[in-house]
Design a protein around this ligand. Structure first.
Ligand code: MG
Ligand code: MG
Length: 275
């Protein structure tokens, strides 16, 4: 069942979603070779708590951390750990914030130093595919139009593998609500997009094959071929004619560009300018 949100509810969801961006921006300030994802998780969690909010993921179905930190071949749901990050790593930082009864959900993938052109292009294309999906997220369309846009750009036009097992989702009073928002699919299919729907759109795109496996911790999703994977996510509200992006990358990108340890130029070549 889809829960449509009123304007006051959308305002609360936006507040939570913006806090997610602020938490990821705190991570972006601290990320560098030698730091561990456990330390980054702590930074994000302390920030969220300082805002009178709670990390949505901690305790969700038993997930033990405030954030998901997925490095290189880890697609999503990675456990923060004590392995120091190194030059050339990419890290997907996925954060949920719960405040005033509403969750926000957003993710961003950082490149430490220079992981090489192929991986920078993967990051740029994954980020771009998120916005291709968002362009379709309005009342004239259905969920499948978002799905198709993401798959068409990443697989057909760019030759990457789109993960099938994990999908975007409605978000609101619960972290995961209906409808599911796959990153693959057919135009004109699926739930009709209506005003007041709030959904998380989150392409997970692999440099190699689309297939994934679960690691021994039971949570971390890895690419089957162990090639790198990228992940970007926004929480968006469906409106007439144009999506309303509730989360924001603005502060994340500001911190990313100010951090000399991060490759921040890859998306400047993207074809479309974004909020
Ligand atoms: Mg997320
Ligand atoms: Mg999500």
């Amino acid at each position: 069942m889809i829960h449509y949100k009123s304007e006051p509810e959308i305002a609360l969801a936006r507040h939570s979603a913006l806090l997610v961006g602020d938490a990821i921006a705190e991570v972006a300030k601290a990320i560098r070779p030698g730091v561990t994802t456990r330390e980054l998780d702590h930074i994000a969690e302390q920030f969220i708590l300082s805002q009178g909010a709670k990390p949505s993921f901690k305790g969700y179905k038993g997930f033990p951390f405030a954030t998901c930190m997925s490095v290189n071949e880890a697609v999503v749901h990675g456990f923060p750990n004590d392995t120091p990050l190194k030059e050339g790593d990419i890290v997907s930082v996925d954060v949920g914030v719960y405040k005033n009864g509403f969750h926000g959900d957003s993710a961003y993938t950082f490149a430490i130093g220079d992981p090489g052109q192929a991986i920078l292009q993967l990051l740029a294309a994954t980020r771009e595919s998120l916005y291709k999906g968002i362009e379709k997220a309005h009342t004239a369309n259905r969920v499948g139009d978002i799905s198709f846009a993401i798959q068409d750009y990443t697989e057909k036009q760019r030759g990457y593998g789109v993960v099938r097992e994990l999908v975007g989702h409605g978000v609101g009073r619960s972290l995961h609500e209906d409808p599911q928002v796959p990153n693959y699919g057919k135009r004109g299919t699926g739930a009709r997009l209506k005003e007041g729907m709030v959904i998380a759109i989150e392409p997970m795109v692999n440099l190699g094959v689309k297939d994934v496996v679960y690691s021994e911790d039971g949570w971390t999703v890895l690419t089957a071929d162990r090639k790198p994977s990228a992940h970007f996510e926004h929480t968006v509200c469906i409106r007439k004619g144009k999506a309303d992006i509730l989360s924001s990358f603005a502060r994340i990108e500001e911190a990313e560009q100010a951090n000399p340890h991060l490759a921040s130029s890859y998306y400047k070549h993207a074809a479309v300018a974004h909020a």
